[in-house]
Design a protein around this ligand. Structure first.
Ligand SMILES: Nc1ncnc2c1ncn2[C@@H]1O[C@H](COP(=O)(O)OP(=O)(O)OP(=O)(O)O)[C@@H](O)[C@H]1O
Ligand SMILES: [Mg+2]
Length: 284
């Protein structure tokens, strides 16, 4: 669905040149919820902006749904971009327009008749649970509700892919969970492929099936969630996983317990890792 090959992005500023992304290759399959984690400045946003060519790479190729985006004419690129929605940390809503108008806005260039357009806006707001807020303004909504509007707007042109740049970073943990639940629902019911940038491994743990860890412009580790969580290869991946599981802190506390500090000759202290994959099959 998305194949980035040997992507490089170098920014030339007056005083220096900064390579934000360096020789990155990444493949996202249709239906994936793909997490990209890394500390600030790692190059996550720059890399994800390459997927819809908001950021043109200095080198490399960008294939989305079988199309080589860098080879498209401006008009074809505009069409291809409609199939890629995007949401951001600070929602980027138009504050002087109602919730209805915010969601309707991307449909302005569509050829939908007025009635169908109206129906579409209402359906989208229902999908994100905001049918009662059509006439409200963004300033009258909570952060979580604003992000729901942004999601509805991003879905207006029936995208196949949704890019999320720190979409839950401005939200409290409970609201974060509710937005992640919504994204999960969209992935499962609409088959939406999701790429989600975050610095919280908890978010990855909650909804991603694959993850890439970025550091200094490069992907230093990538794979399916079970492999990365059970056998991280890099210190950075291990650090991130620790923040989600708190396992190291727990182990540290446990091993300080008197009964474990003073082991007898035949006692043994073991650390066992179990990785389990839950698979749900059958009808309910
Ligand atoms: N337009 C630009 N001009 C110059 N340098 C840039 C530009 N955009 C990004 N950079 C630099 O590229 C590097 C990667 O930035 P990027 O925003 O992709 O990181 P990030 O991983 O998304 O960070 P954060 O978690 O803080 O959002 C940084 O060193 C940044 O300063
Ligand atoms: Mg960023």
């Amino acid at each position: 669905m998305i194949t980035l090959s040997n992507i490089q992005v170098t920014f030339e500023t007056a005083s220096q040149s900064v390579t934000a992304v360096q020789d990155v290759s990444l493949h996202v399959d249709a239906g994936d919820v793909y997490g990209i984690v890394g500390y600030s400045g790692a190059g996550k946003s720059t890399l994800v902006r390459v997927i819809n060519l908001l950021q043109r790479p200095t080198a490399g190729s960008v294939k989305v749904s079988g199309q080589d985006l860098l080879a498209l004419q401006p008009k074809e690129l505009r069409l291809a971009r409609k199939k890629i929605g995007m949401i951001f940390q600070h929602f980027n809503l138009m504050n002087s327009r109602t919730i209805y108008d915010n969601v309707d806005y991307p449909l302005k260039s569509s050829k939908l008749p007025k009635r169908e357009r109206d129906q579409k806006v209402r359906q989208l707001l229902e999908l994100v649970g905001l049918s009662d807020k059509l006439d409200a303004y963004p300033s009258q909504l909570s952060g979580g509700q604003k992000q729901r509007v942004a999601i509805a707007r991003a879905l207006a042109n029936d995208p196949e892919i949704l890019l999320c740049d720190e979409a839950t970073s401005a939200l409290d943990p409970k609201t974060t969970l509710s937005i992640l639940e919504l994204l999960k629902k969209l992935n499962q019911t609409l088959g939406l492929t999701i790429v989600i940038i975050t610095h919280e491994m908890q978010v990855v743990k909650e909804i991603c099936n694959k993850v890439a860890v970025m550091e200094a412009g490069q992907i230093i580790e990538q794979g399916d969630i079970v492999s990365i969580f059970s056998r991280p290869q890099t210190t950075l991946a291990r650090d991130f996983i620790n923040t989600a599981t708190h396992i190291e802190q727990t182990l540290e506390k446990l091993t300080l317990h008197p009964s474990l500090v003073h082991l007898k000759d035949n006692d043994m202290l073991c650390k066992i890792s179990i990785s389990a994959i839950a698979q749900v099959t059958g009808d309910f």
